[in-house]
Design a protein around this ligand. Structure first.
Ligand code: NAD
Length: 488
């Protein structure tokens, strides 16, 4: 057992030590039972300042190490996370609510992303230009930015952190992360594990706490040079306005309302499975979940029936129990928001094909459970069509053709991902070109690859995570002009 293993309740992990830096202790509760699973001290502004200074102090030594050495240390830390999966996954399930199987996938994916960037370490380079003028050449150096503030939500606390940590650390930055106030435990434990695996003190620090306090203290700290934020669109806008004061660099990964378009020549079995998995994993609380389904009229009845049957067969229960497929929603606030959105939608039309409320089982009455729900043809201007649906509820509409599907899909304010299901390559290519978003899957959905850049457009934000492109968001490109020959 490491020295840091028992210190989660202290709430901050700074320069290799767990400490309580504030006087408010928050209870972390299991969304399935409301039982207390841990505690974390909410870090106050002075504590955030300590964390940023620690990251600043560590920056010079970290950024001047060889890049391959940084990659190796990040790779070792990733292996240590993998090795701790039996401890981390149950902790994630306990504080977040997701089924244990999904928690294990999340922890593995976080390690995989860190390993991916560790492997790219030796490819991090700029460019040089020979002969700008007679005897003059140019170089483009990629320099790290300094201290990066990484703010993540509760739905995927570890993968969303790893997406930022991987490129930020390998590029030579140091990081202060702020997890959501309801899911600090896994993040604090990950920081301790990475430190124990050899990541130097101060390179990666964590402050637990609330958005308005610890979050804003981090966003407005003058020594933080960049903010990598994942969360809701309103919070993203607030952070953008606060960051403007110091010209801080930003990556904003915000809300989504991903459409799935199924044409009449699609493989309907695969499409139905993808719709169910893509809507209901993590209890529907994923940025890139399938949130609107548009299906061509000739195959609509068949596809809708298949999706409804799959939704009815999902096993709802506590994430810690074997074979559970749909855990609780994360919090009372999330469930109330979904219930309100469903009611406002149904007030204006649409038909509930399955689900629609809380499960009847008394065993589930203490948790924030919600039935898997399918709504047939609510209005195209209803809340479920326009707003993000962040829970286990899927609206479905019939469409006449691809053109109508694309127009409806693009009518959303969001632009994160989309998927198109068809065996017609021309239709697929047209959809990929016309859909206004950052990621389009053809005959596939929701799986994000570390090899490709991911990020939204419109209200879904800007900037990229994943891909070698992510390095662009954690480095400055500095031009250097070198005169190599004396003038005659
Ligand atoms: P949220 O915006 O309420 O909170 C996200 C994080 O920001 C939390 O750590 C929170 O404490 C912090 N925060 C809140 N207010 C802040 C402030 N004023 N200053 C600084 N930090 C602040 O988001 P949420 O509702 O918890 O998360 C769900 C949202 O995240 C959904 O909209 C979802 O689509 C989005 N999301 C996007 C992606 C993506 O990659 N685009 C991925 C996952 C989730």
């Amino acid at each position: 057992m490491s020295a840091t293993e028992t210190s989660l309740d202290l709430g901050a992990f700074i320069a290799g030590h767990a400490e309580p830096l504030g006087d408010r202790v928050q209870e972390i509760r299991d969304p399935a039972t409301q039982g207390v699973v841990g505690r974390a001290t909410a870090t106050d502004a002075a504590g955030v300042d300590r964390a940023v200074r620690a990251a600043q102090d560590a920056f010079v030594a970290w950024s001047t190490r060889g890049v391959a050495e940084r990659g190796e240390l990040v790779g070792r830390a990733a292996q240590a996370i993998r090795a701790a999966i039996d401890e981390l996954a149950p902790l994630l399930t306990a504080e977040q609510g997701k089924p244990l199987r999904e928690a294990r996938i999340e922890i593995s994916k976080a390690a995989e992303t860190l390993e991916h960037y560790a492997g790219l370490a030796k490819q991090l380079r700029g460019a040089s230009v020979y002969g700008l003028d007679a005897g003059v050449s140019g170089q483009v150096l990629r320099r790290p930015l300094g201290v990066v503030g990484a703010i993540v939500p509760w739905n995927f606390p570890t993968t969303l952190l790893a997406n930022k940590l991987g490129p930020a650390l390998v590029a030579g930055n140091t990081v202060v992360a702020k997890p959501a106030d309801t899911t600090p435990l896994t993040t604090l434990r990950v920081a301790a594990i990475m430190h124990d695996a050899g990541l130097p003190a101060g390179v990666f620090n964590v402050v637990a706490g609330h958005g308005a306090d610890a979050g804003e203290a981090l966003v407005t700290h003058p020594a933080v040079r960049k903010l990598a934020f994942t969360g809701s669109t309103p919070t993203g806008r607030r952070i953008m306005s606060l960051a403007a004061a110091d010209n801080k660099r930003l990556t904003l990964e915000l809300g989504g309302s991903d459409p799935m378009i199924v044409l009449e020549d699609a493989d309907l079995d695969r499409a139905a499975s993808a719709a169910s998995m893509g809507r209901f994993f993590n209890c529907g609380q994923a940025c890139l979940a399938i949130k609107r389904l548009y299906v061509a009229e000739p195959v609509a009845d068949e596809l809708i029936d298949a999706v409804v049957q799959k939704a009815k067969r999902l096993t709802v229960g506590r994430g810690s129990e074997r074979d559970v497929q749909l855990g609780p929603m994360h919090s009372e606030r999330q469930r109330l928001a979904l219930e309100d959105q469903l009611q406002r939608t149904l007030d204006r039309g649409g038909e509930v094909l399955t689900g629609g409320g809380r499960p009847a089982s008394r065993e589930l009455s203490d948790g924030w459970f919600h039935e898997p729900t399918i709504v047939f043809e609510p209005g195209h201007d209803s809340p479920m069509a326009i707003e993000e649906v962040f829970g286990p509820a899927l609206p479905i509409w019939r469409v006449r053709n691809l053109n109508q599907a694309i127009e409806r899909a693009n009518a959303s304010p969001f632009g994160l991902g989309s998927s198109v299901w068809t065996s017609d390559l021309d239709a697929a290519a047209e959809a990929a070109e016309r859909l206004e978003c950052g990621y389009t899957w053809i005959n596939s959905a929701t799986k994000v690859y570390d090899e490709l850049p991911f990020g939204g457009v419109k209200a879904s934000g800007f900037g990229k995570e994943h891909g070698s492109e992510a390095f662009d968001y954690y480095t400055d490109q500095k031009a250097v002009v070198v005169r190599t020959r004396r003038r005659e």
